[in-house]
Write a protein that binds this ligand. Structure first.
Ligand code: FEO
Ligand code: CA
Ligand code: CA
Ligand code: CA
Length: 612
């Protein structure tokens, strides 16, 4: 989700990342001897071989040898392009469009959504983070977990505002998560396995449970009032033990107030308002009415990481409160020193923070004891210093500063942003996805850096409206409290030339040394969003795919052998059939012409690893 107008709610005096970065770039530029070493040069289709080692010299010194990214790049799509385009060495199919039936009685989606009851049995809208859980050998069959981040009312049910509870229920059913069993046929095409026990929809009306330090906390409201659902599920992660962790991002936007309501300090910090983002759910569903006395604390039941076991489709999703409450973009898991599970998470709002969760001890030992590794552990927030080092600040009630502000660890976690403000975390430029490379380095997309205005030697890319990717290395194999950081890549809007690239968002480091980068900003000059692949060793950066007019490219999933990759076109044409009809899949009686969110299945024509 690209929220250009998202308000800043961080009113702390913490030093913003732009200032730290300016000092850092200034210092290193002096050492490295010139701005050119800081810039990333995009590899355009026509200049691949000439510039193959030109990118990221300062942070990814080329060592010669064969690039891991060898495909012929695709050109940037023209603005308004109605169809996706892919490298000539690759091909794509399209599956799982919004409205595809996955549960009985398999209601067909005919050019627009018809009812909440139908939508509850179908793939939702707003395709975003996902993960492929292989079954058996796993390269031809598995459960795809797929987030449905958001869908505008006009797109979902053709009105600006809901006019009934039915409209609200339809909007709610279009959001959430799909767990869907998919299988590859002998002809290589993928389809839904109907009737499979793992097929499931999770929405904001699905019963959920809470665990960890904030479970049952009075700030969540009456503990006898059942908890339901998850919403605005942006990106996600997968645990080493095979579960899906979906992340609640702009949850504040689904709440509003129909009566008198004065925001608390916490509600202001999390961006709650009388109108929310205009969904209007509060008009017919009092759970989302901030002024409803019967639903006090409902807002605090959102903003969490939510664990779903694909193999237990009848088990309630669990909100893991130890991982903090903020606008969770994604959850990048790795196993660190001592077998502890480590998870990196961004809070996607201007001037918000980057977090890390570390389990108390080995995740295998904890699970053997019947304790979730996501319930008992430590949450940290990052402070970046301008000498290229950084510190993970412990968000723990034992800290005297935090003990002075919060009654207990549960309250601290519910107000994670306020706790992070108090410790002096570094305000970042909209942290989006993180990913952990095989060597333990962590990469995180920052979608823009609008604080810097005047370009100068110390701020070579100011204003950095196009975003960048930061990289850090933690001590003690991802479990330590210190790190070293650097900028891996600055995105560049080159105004209509083929090497333009803005708003990095989706991110995945594969096990071979490639970095997949998706954009979601609506590229400058009306160009379509894209997937790029970088070779982390050489800095070679090539464009694999371009989307369609109006869409964002989201989600990255892959089979174990990495020869099949899944990605999404989110809100193609912004729902407008005049921009694109993608993906027209099955002609229907009244013409299935409205564009629909859908999933790409990307393969290399020679059967090679995707990205090679
Ligand atoms: Fe859901 Fe931050 O994009
Ligand atoms: Ca995103
Ligand atoms: Ca984004
Ligand atoms: Ca963006």
């Amino acid at each position: 989700m690209n929220l250009e107008d998202d308000e800043t709610t961080n009113r702390s005096d913490n030093r913003p990342f732009a200032d730290v970065l300016a000092a850092r770039v200034s210092r290193r530029t002096a050492i490295a001897g010139g701005l050119a070493t800081m810039a990333t040069t995009f590899v355009a289709p026509s200049v691949v071989s000439a510039q193959a080692t030109n990118g990221n010299q300062a942070t990814a010194p080329g060592s010669g040898g064969r690039s891991r990214v060898n495909f012929e790049p695709v050109a940037i799509a023209d603005g308004g392009g109605p169809n996706p385009a892919i490298s000539p060495d690759y091909q794509y199919d399209v599956i799982l469009p919004w409205g595809e039936p996955i549960l009985p009685p398999y209601p067909e989606h005919v050019n627009g959504q018809k009812s909440a009851a139908d939508q509850e049995k179908q793939i939702g809208i707003g395709h975003d983070g996902m993960h492929f859980f292989p079954v058996g050998p796993g390269n031809g069959r598995g459960t795809l977990a797929l987030n449905h981040e958001f869908g505008r009312n006009t797109h979902v049910f053709g009105k600006d505002d809901p006019e009934s509870l039915e409209d609200v229920r339809l909007s709610q059913a279009a959001h959430g998560i799909s767990m869907v069993e998919i299988r590859k046929s002998s002809r290589g095409t993928w389809s839904v396995v109907r009737g499979h026990r793992r097929n499931r929809r999770v929405t904001v009306n699905t019963p959920v449970t809470f665990s960890g330090p904030a479970a049952g906390h009075p700030a969540l409201g009456d503990p006898t009032r059942p908890s339901y659902g998850t919403v605005n599920n942006c990106s996600s992660g997968a645990t080493p033990w095979g579960t899906y962790v979906t992340c609640e991002e702009n949850f504040n936007g689904y709440f509003g107030a129909t009566g008198g309501w004065t925001p608390t300090e916490s509600q202001s910090r999390y961006g709650f308002s009388e109108t929310g983002f205009g969904y209007g759910w509060e008009t017919f569903d009092p759970r989302f009415d901030l002024s409803s006395p019967d639903h006090t604390g409902e807002d605090n039941r959102f903003g969490w990481c939510v664990e779903i076991d694909p193999n237990k489709p009848r088990t309630a999703p669990v909100k893991r409160t130890a991982m903090g409450r903020f606008k969770h973009e994604g959850a990048a898991f790795t196993t660190g020193l001592g077998g502890k599970v480590v998870c990196y998470m961004g809070d996607d709002q201007r001037f918000d923070y980057i977090y890390k969760y570390v389990s108390r001890k080995s995740w295998r030992a904890m699970r053997a004891e019947g304790v979730s590794p996501l319930d008992d552990g430590d949450l940290y927030v990052a402070r970046f210093d301008d000498d290229g080092t950084g510190v993970w600040l412990h968000l723990d009630i034992a800290d005297p500063v935090l003990a002075n502000l919060f009654a207990d660890q549960g309250e601290l976690l519910i107000d994670t942003r306020l706790a992070a403000d108090a410790l002096g975390a570094t305000p970042m430029d909209r942290p989006e996805w993180a990913t952990v490379a095989p060597n333990g380095d962590v990469y995180c997309t920052l979608t823009n850096n609008s604080r810097r205005i005047e370009p100068n030697a110390a701020n070579p890319l100011a204003p950095n409206a196009d975003g960048h990717i930061i990289r850090w290395t933690d001590t003690r194999r991802n479990t330590g409290l210190e790190f070293e950081w650097d900028i891996y890549l600055f995105a560049q809007d080159t105004h209509g030339t083929d090497d333009t690239f803005s708003d990095p968002d989706g991110l995945w480091a594969d096990k071979h040394g490639r970095l997949f980068i998706e954009t979601d900003g609506g590229q400058k000059d009306g160009l379509n969003n894209q997937i790029m692949v970088a070779d982390l060793r050489t800095g070679d950066l090539r464009r694999l795919l371009t989307g369609v007019a109006g869409d964002e490219i989201t989600g990255i999933a892959y089979t174990p052998n990495q020869r099949i990759m899944f990605a999404n076109s989110q809100h193609p044409g912004n729902g407008d059939p005049n921009l694109t009809n993608f993906p027209v899949m099955n002609e229907t009686p009244d013409g299935a012409t409205i564009p629909r969110d859908a999933t790409f299945v990307i393969t290399k024509k020679d059967g090679g690893i995707v990205g090679s």
